[in-house]
Design a binder for this molecule. Sequence first.
Ligand code: F6R
Length: 246
Amino acid sequence: MPFMKLIITDDYQESCRVAAEMIRDLIAEKPNAKLGLATGGTPVPIYKNLIEMNQHGEIDFSEVRTVNLDEYIGLDGSHPQSYRYFMDTNLFDHININKANTYVASGIGNAVQNAAILDAKVIENGVPDLQLLGIGNNGHIAFNEAGDHLVACSHIEHLTQSTIDANARFFESKDEVPTTAITMGMRGILSSKMPLLVATGAAKADAIRGLLTNEEITTQNPSTFLKLHSNAVVIIDRELATLVGI
Ligand code: F6R
């Protein structure tokens, strides 16, 4: 694994602290840094760390710009399960960021146009300096699902049953989980200057094994395309590393 940097921490809390410190250091160096951001369970403690750092005067978000990976189709930004709402409530409402400088794709209206706008936002005034990523149990990054092909541009993705099942925990029932989403494509993710993937938990072990223990790139595990990037960073805890066999 010549290019990818692997960080193994004592536990998930430390993983999240390390990720937040990397973001803090980037913004210290580049106050108007552009961050690619993720939703889901994994980044929540990372965002908590960033909020605390902001409150303690360790990070100034006033010039920071952000673009998010994805949004459910059919959910308006005021819907509690929308990713815009997630970002506002888990991060943006608690830091000194200018919300006009944050972008989460719209889940309503013309989805094809919304995907095209997301692609434009990815490159607007420069590509993301850092792209935070979680990973699906099936290896998806953003909502680029495992399958027989991947898509380069931002696009509409039909979520797999594995993803719908995994995300049902955020909804009242499985039936409420949207089945389609707008997602940044593989090009957008790989264009960032530093993809930063954080993973924890046994459910991620197979996907992380595929990412870290061989040189194979496969659409059946989209995360493996990060092997093509010269500056990707992966943070996992010791427990997951042991499960993966590293
Ligand atoms: C979220 C996203 C997804 C999640 C992945 C893992 O914006 O793009 O790829 O990162 O589904 O989700 P969690 O962290 O909930 O396990």
